[in-house]
Ligand binder design. Structure first.
Ligand SMILES: [Zn+2]
Length: 933
C-alpha cells in the first residue's frame, strides 16, 4: 500500500505555471515566474492535488482506519536572507517552512474524531467533543465502562466480528483556522476518547486536548495534565504559548516515539510507561517554541530545535520529578550498580561521552542528513542538551531565562539562525561566547581541563588565596569551575574564563579536603578523571577504590574495579568456576583489561583468559584507531582418551597473542565501510602425549604463528559485503615451517525490505611454502573441527573429540566451510597441501521461520581416489543467528557419500549433523569497541 500525490496543476494568478523539475529530488519542483516578484507585491499560486494515503511509514499514513495526515500538501519553500530552501522529505531530518494562515476544510464520515493544527470553527462539533470528554472522564475513572458507552449510536452498529467501528454513512464538514503556523497536520480516528482542559496564561487561555484509544486509557488517563503542564512550564521558561489550543493524540507513528506539528503532537501507540509518555508529550509540545514559533531551520541546524528542546525536556522532568535522577533514588538497580548519584541529564552526557571517547562524534552544526543514526541522538539531542546546560550554568539560570525570553520575543516567527542567536547573546551579555559558537557548536573538539597542582597561598588585601595550576588538555577554551570540597560536598564554587595551555588560578582559601574542577558536572568534559586533587594524603590524584559487581557507569569519583563470578564448562576441565575482573565494561577507556582466572573441577587446573588492550586515536585522515593488545588463554583441550589411553590425565594449551589492529579512517561518518589491518603473533604451547603401551608419555609442543590480515567490510543495509586477505606463516620447535595466503569474500543478496537474504562466500587459499609434514596448517574443504583449529582461535566444548555430539561442533569461519565433516575419512577427504577454492551459499527462509538451505562446493587438486570437485547441501536452523546454528547435510558429492557409508562415525543420519557454537562473537568488550550504527 504505497501512497502518491498527483493531479498537481500549479497556476499563478489563475494562469498555468511553468515548472522546472528538480534533477535530484522527485518531490521538489520550481515554479518559474514570468515577471520578477518585488517586495510588497503579491501573486496567488493555486493547485488541485490528490493524495493516496499509504499504510503508515515514517510520519504519514494510516493504520486501518486511524489516520495521520502530515506532510500531505504541496508546500512552498522558505525564502530567507540566504535565498531559497527547497528540501526533499527525509526520515532523518526535519523541516523548515514559512509562516502563514491556514483555513482548512475537512469532509469525512460523521463519527470520526479529529485533532488538528488550528482551531475548530464548528459549534456543533465542539459540543459533540465536549460531550465525548464528559463521557471519557467517566470511562477513565471507572474502568468497567467501555467505549460502547461513549457514543451509543456508533456502538449499536459496531460489527463485533470485524472489531472495527463502521464509518457513518453521513458526512460532516469541519473547518479549522490557524495563524502564524508553518504547517498543518490532522489526525482522525473513530475510536478516540477525548479529554479537554484549559491553561490560563498571562493574557489568554489555551484550550488543551488529549485524544487516545480506549486500550491506552490507563496510560493516557492523565495525559491532559501532561499537556497542561507542558504549556505551563515552557511558557514560563521561554515565553507565552501564543496559540489558542494545544492537542496531543495517540497515532500509528513510525518515526520515533512522538512527532511535533504546530499546536498538535502525535505520540506513537504501543507506548509503555506513564512517565515516558509524559516526557514525550512534554518534548513534542516543547517543539512548538523552537521548530514552531521561532521557526528554526531544522534541516540545517537540527541542534537548535531538537537539542535546545531536549535541554528543556530535561528541565521539565527535573521540575516535575525533582527526586528522580538517572534512576529513581530507591530503585534496586540504582543501588546495586551505584547509579543513584547521577542527575537525569546524565543520560545525555553518557550518550555524548560514549561517542566522544570513541572519536566517533560529529560537530553539532552539520546538516541533519550528514549525521549517523546514532549521532543524530548522541549529538543533535544529547550533546546539545548538555552544552545548553553548560551555558545555563555559566550564565546562571535566572539570567539565562531572562535572555531566552527576550530572544524568543524578539525573534518569534522570524527564523533566527545560529548567527542571530550568537549576536543576540553576545550583545545582551557582553560575554564573549566564541568558545560556544566557534569551538563547541561547529567542531567535534573536546573539553578537558586538568587540575595539576595545589600551590602555595597568596594574600591580596585582606583575602588569602590558594594557588592552583590548571592545564587545558582539551582543545576548547570554555569557561570552567573550580570547587572546594569538604566531606564530599561542594562548599565553594568559582567560575573562571577559559584559556589555552597551563594557568595558575587563585581560589579563596578555606578548609577543604579537595579541589575539583566542575564538581557539579555541568561541563561536557570527555575526561573527568583528572579533575580532582586532594589536599593531603599519599595518592592525591587517585580516587578511592570501589569494587563493583558486574558493571556500572564510569564514575570519576572512584577508581572502579568490576568483577563477576563466571562459570563454564568443557569436556576436559569439566565444570569450571572463576572470577572475572575488568575495568571498563561500558566505556572505551584508553587502557582496558580483563582477567578471568578459573578452576577446572575436572582437571584440577588453573585456567582462564586475560587481556590488556591499549587504544589510541590518531589525528589526520589515514588511521582512525589503533588497538594494541596482549592476551593469554589457557584451557585443557584433551584428555588421556584423546591419545588412546584410559588414564586420568588432562592436557592443556597456553596461547599468548600480541596484536596490533589499525582501523582506517573513512571519508565520512555515515560511511558503512570498515577497513582494518590486523597483525598478530601467536605463541602456542600445547601439551600432548603418545602411548607406549601401557604408558602415556607426555610432552609438549611449541609453535609460533604470524598472521597479517587486511579486511574490508561494507555493512550497508542492502547487499552488504566483506573481503579479507591474509598472509600467514608459522614455525614449530622442531624446525618445520609454512607460509600461506588466503582470501575470503562475502556477499549477501538481501531480500527486499528484509535483513536476511542469500549469503555467498568465496574462499581461496594457496600454500606458498611448506616444509612441514605435520599437516596441521594445510587447507581443508571441510569445516574447522576442534582438532583442525591449530590457531586455537575458536571455543570448542570438546575440542579433540572424534565421536559423540561434542565432535559435531564446527566452525565455518575459515577454509572451505563445508557443513559436512570429513575428519576420519581415510584417506582424508578435502585436504590440500597446495590450494583450494570453495564457494558457500546459504539462503534464509524469507519469512519468520529460522530455517535456511545451504550448499557448498569446492575444488582442489585431485588426490588419491578422490576427484577434484566436492560438494554438500542441506538445511539448517538458526538458533542464535551466526552464533548457534545447526546443519543437516542431505546431499553429497560421490566421494563424500561413499565415505559416509563406510565410516562408522558418519554411518547414521544424526551423526552427520553439525553445529556452530561461536560464543567468542559475544565478547562484550569487542562489541563495544566496534559498535557502529
Ligand atoms: Zn524532538
Amino acid at each position: 500500500e504505497k501512497g502518491f500525490i498527483d493531479s498537481i496543476q500549479f497556476a499563478i494568478n489563475g494562469n498555468q505555471a511553468v515548472l522546472e523539475k528538480d534533477e535530484k529530488n522527485i518531490d521538489i519542483t520550481r515554479l518559474l515566474l514570468k515577471n520578477p516578484l518585488f517586495p510588497g507585491e503579491k501573486i496567488i499560486i493555486s493547485s488541485p492535488f490528490r493524495v493516496r494515503i499509504p499504510r503508515t511509514f515514517s510520519r504519514f499514513g494510516h493504520i486501518k482506519q486511524s489516520y495521520q495526515i502530515t506532510q500531505w500538501y504541496p508546500k512552498p519553500a522558505v525564502y530567507d536572507s540566504k535565498g531559497w530552501h527547497p528540501m526533499p522529505y527525509l526520515d532523518q531530518g526535519e523541516f523548515y517552512s514559512d509562516f502563514g494562515s491556514f483555513d482548512v476544510t475537512i469532509t469525512l464520515p460523521d463519527n470520526y474524531i479529529v485533532g488538528t493544527t488550528g482551531s475548530l470553527q464548528n459549534e456543533k462539533e465542539m459540543r459533540w467533543l465536549d460531550s465525548l470528554s464528559a463521557v471519557t472522564k467517566e470511562i477513565v475513572s471507572n474502568t468497567k465502562a467501555t467505549n460502547k458507552d461513549v457514543v451509543a449510536e456508533r456502538s449499536s452498529k459496531k460489527a463485533k466480528a470485524e472489531n472495527v467501528v463502521p464509518s457513518s454513512k453521513r458526512l460532516k464538514t469541519l473547518n479549522y483556522k490557524a495563524d502564524n503556523v508553518h504547517d498543518f497536520a490532522w489526525f482522525a480516528d473513530k475510536e478516540y476518547l477525548v479529554m479537554k482542559s484549559k491553561v490560563s496564561l498571562s493574557n489568554h487561555d489555551v484550550i488543551t486536548w488529549a485524544m487516545f484509544k480506549e486500550k491506552s486509557s490507563s496510560l493516557w488517563k492523565n495525559a491532559i495534565h501532561f499537556v497542561d503542564s507542558s504549556i505551563h512550564f515552557y511558557s514560563k521558561w521561554v515565553g507565552d504559548y501564543p496559540y489558542p489550543q494545544a492537542t496531543a493524540v495517540e497515532g500509528a507513528l513510525k518515526a520515533g516515539d512522538g512527532m511535533e506539528y504546530p499546536m498538535i503532537t502525535v505520540v506513537s501507540d504501543g507506548f509503555q510507561g506513564v512517565k515516558s509518555l509524559e516526557t514525550v508529550i512534554a518534548h513534542e509540545i516543547g517543539h512548538n517554541w523552537f521548530y514552531g514559533i521561532l521557526g528554526f531551520n531544522e534541516r540545517n541546524y537540527a541542534w537548535m530545535d531538537e537539542g535546545i528542546n531536549s535541554f528543556y525536556e530535561n528541565r521539565y522532568v527535573e521540575a516535575r520529578y525533582p527526586h528522580h535522577g538517572l534512576l529513581p533514588a530507591n530503585s534496586v538497580a540504582g543501588k546495586l550498580f551505584d547509579l543513584t548519584q547521577y542527575p537525569r541529564s546524565f543520560q545525555n552526557y553518557l550518550l555524548y561521552d560514549f561517542q566522544a571517547n570513541r572519536h566517533e562524534d560529529q560537530p553539532m552544526n552539520i546538516g541533519a542528513a550528514e549525521f549517523t543514526t546514532f549521532n543524530y541522538a548522541a549529538i543533535v539531542y544529547a550533546k546539545t542538551a548538555e552544552v545548553w546546560r553548560y551555558l545555563e550554568a555559566y550564565l546562571g539560570r535566572d539570567y539565562y531565562d531572562e535572555l531566552m525570553h527576550n530572544f524568543f520575543n524578539q525573534w518569534k516567527y522570524k527564523h533566527p539562525d545560529p548567527k542571530d542567536l550568537r549576536s543576540f547573546f553576545e550583545q545582551e551579555t557582553t560575554k564573549e561566547l566564541g568558545w560556544l559558537f566557534d569551538e563547541i557548536i561547529p567542531t567535534n573538539r573536546h573539553l578537558d581541563y586538568k587540575l595539576k597542582k595545589i600551590g602555595g597561598t597568596k594574600v591580596i588585601g585582606s583575602d588569602t588565596y590558594q594557588k592552583l595550576t590548571i592545564v587545558n588538555k582539551g582543545d576548547i577554551k570554555g569557561p570552567y569551575t573550580v570547587d572546594g570540597i569538604k566531606h564530599n560536598k561542594i562548599t565553594k564554587e568559582i567560575w573562571y574564563e577559559g584559556f589555552d595551555g597551563q594557568k595558575e588560578v587563585l581560589f579563596p582559601k578555606g578548609n577543604y579536603d579537595a579541589f575539583r574542577i566542575d564538581a557539579a558536572m555541568n561541563i561536557p568534559e570527555v575526561n573527568r578523571r583528572n579533575n580532582t586533587l586532594r589536599v593531603s594524603g599519599m595518592f592525591r590524584h587517585i580516587e578511592k577504590l570501589r569494587f563493583q559487581w558486574l558493571g556500572s557507569l564510569d564514575n570519576p569519583k572512584r577508581t572502579q574495579l568490576f568483577f563477576t563470578p563466571t562459570i563454564g564448562s568443557n569436556n576436559y576441565d569439566k565444570l569450571w568456576l572463576g572470577f572475572a575482573f575488568y575495568n571498563s565494561p561500558l566505556s572505551n577507556k584508553p587502557l582496558s583489561f580483563l582477567f578471568m582466572p578459573a578452576y577446572g573441577t575436572g582437571s584440577y587446573k588453573l585456567i582462564g583468559v586475560g587481556e590488556v588492550n591499549l587504544q589510541l586515536f590518531l589525528p589526520g585522515d589515514f588511521i582512525h584507531r589503533i588497538n594494541l593488545s596482549s592476551s593469554i588463554k589457557s584451557f585443557s583441550y584433551a584428555d588421556a582418551s584423546t591419545f588412546g589411553s584410559e588414564g586420568e590425565a588432562n592436557f592443556r594449551f597456553i596461547k599468548f597473542t600480541q596484536q596490533i589492529k589499525l582501523n582506517f579512517k573513512q571519508p565520512n561518518a555515515r560511511s558503512t565501510v570498515q577497513e582494518n589491518l590486523i597483525f598478530r603473533n601467536i605463541f602456542l604451547r600445547q601439551d600432548f602425549a603418545y602411548l607406549i603401551t601401557p604408558d602415556l608419555i607426555t610432552n609438549n609442543f611449541h609453535r609460533a604463528i604470524n598472521q597479517l590480515t587486511y579486511s574490508l567490510e561494507n555493512r550497508k543495509r542492502i547487499n552488504p559485503f566483506g573481503l579479507s586477505i591474509s598472509i600467514e606463516g608459522g614455525s614449530s620447535q622442531e624446525g618445520s615451517f609454512y607460509l600461506k595466503t588466503y582470501v575470503e569474500a562475502k556477499y549477501r543478496i538481501t531480500y527486499s525490505g528484509k535483513k536476511s537474504g542469500v549469503d555467498l562466500r568465496l574462499f581461496t587459499g594457496t600454500m606458498l611454502s611448506d616444509n612441514s609434514n605435520l599437516r596441521y596448517s594445510n587447507f581443508h574443504l571441510g569445516p574447522t573441527t576442534g582438532a583442525k583449529d591449530y590457531r586455537f582461535d575458536e571455543i570448542y566444548l570438546g575440542r579433540m573429540e572424534s565421536t559423540g555430539w561434542l565432535s559435531q561442533q564446527i566452525s565455518i569461519s575459515d577454509d572451505g566451510g563445508f557443513k559436512m565433516r570429513t575428519d576420519g575419512m581415510i584417506p582424508e577427504l578435502g585436504y590440500s597441501d597446495t590450494w583450494i577454492v570453495a564457494i558457500n551459499s546459504k539462503a534464509a527462509f524469507p519469512y519468520f521461520l529460522p530455517v535456511f538451505v545451504f550448499a557448498d562446493a569446492g575444488i582442489l587438486p585431485a588426490m588419491d581416489i578422490y576427484s577434484t570437485l566436492q560438494f554438500d547441501a542441506g538445511i539448517g536452523i538458526k538458533l542464535i543467528p551466526d552464533i548457534v546454528e545447526v546443519y543437516f547435510p542431505l546431499i553429497f558429492s560421490h566421494d563424500i557419500r561413499t565415505n559416509l557409508n563406510r565410516t562408522d562415525i558418519y554411518n547414521t543420519w544424526y551423526k552427520r549433523i553439525s553445529f556452530t557454537f561461536d560464543i567468542g562473537k559475544l565478547n562484550p568488550f569487542e562489541l563495544i569497541r566496534n559498535f557502529t550504527f
